[in-house]
Ligand binder design. Structure first.
Ligand code: IPE
Ligand code: IPE
Ligand code: MG
Length: 247
């Protein structure tokens, strides 16, 4: 562990959050500020992803969910969508061995069938190669939308009801969430959004019901390990009440 990690990181009596979710926003503005192509911003953003995955693994976060491409992002110009997909594929190829080495399991949430064949194949390969890893799970949200996820879960439940396998009155929040793509994962305790936008943009709508929200003005390519550790420290200071009263 390098010297800039606080002494208590990982050994703090308060464990780190089990699940951190991040809306990685601001790549385009980072590039615009430098008067370079937006794709350069996405490329730089991939370096921040690498840093964050390493940091989370190091301090013992069990699940990291990264919003990498939304269902709405398909509406961007074809050239940008193409560049983003190529970049995701390059990222997977470059990170495969590190994920294997560091015991990281790759998982994807989102409409995986809508992804180009080559990206889907790369994902499958890395998911297969890391399937038994249990140090940390990296969830890439690709062609992901919270509404689409919830509707898919509704369809799955409805099919079970129609088949006579589930009674209508047996549908509870606990049962329902087993049909989401995040079944078996804890809800994120912490949701970070970079680039100063105060919105959720269709990310994990069900799962963030009680997440602590952090919005930083920092653009994603500029987001550092130090800022992430600061956010974790602030998270520890927050009082989570879940609707109750703390004496
Ligand atoms: C986030 O950066 C990356 C994706 C949405 C894929 P943006 O591309 O949204 O950057 P801004 O918001 O235009 O600055
Ligand atoms: C959210 O960012 C999606 C990702 C980070 C992948 P956007 O830039 O697409 O969101 P809006 O358009 O600002 O809501
Ligand atoms: Mg954006």
């Amino acid at each position: 562990m390098s010297s800039d990690v606080p002494d208590n990181a990982g050994t703090d009596p308060e464990p780190p959050p089990a699940h951190v979710a991040v809306i990685m926003d601001g790549n385009g503005r980072w590039a615009r500020k430098r008067m370079i192509n937006r794709v350069k911003g996405h490329e730089k953003g991939a370096e921040t992803v690498r840093m964050l995955v390493r940091t989370c693994r190091e301090i013992g976060i069990r699940y990291l969910t990264l919003y990498a491409f939304s269902t709405e992002n398909w509406q961007r110009p074809k050239s940008e969508v193409k560049a983003l997909m190529a970049l995701r594929k390059r990222f997977l190829a470059a990170e495969r061995s590190e994920m294997i080495e560091n015991n990281i399991r790759l998982n994807v949430i989102g409409e995986i069938d809508r992804l180009p064949d080559d990206v889907r194949e790369s994902l499958r390969r890395v998911m297969d190669d890391t399937d038994t890893n249990n140090g940390m799970q990296l969830n890439l949200a690709l062609s992901y939308g919270g509404r689409s996820e919830i509707v898919s879960a509704c369809r799955a439940v409805a099919r079970r009801v129609a088949a006579g396998e589930v009674a209508v009155d047996a549908i509870t929040p606990e049962l329902f969430e087993t049909f989401l793509q995040t079944a078996d994962m804890p809800d994120p305790e912490l949701l970070i959004r970079t680039s100063g936008e105060y919105r959720i943009s269709n990310f994990l709508l069900w799962q963030i019901a009680y997440s602590e929200l952090f919005v930083t003005p920092t653009l994603w390519p500029d987001f550092t390990r130090e800022e992430f550790l600061d956010i974790l420290s602030e998270y520890r200071r927050r009082e989570r009440r879940f609707g109750r009263i703390n004496d």
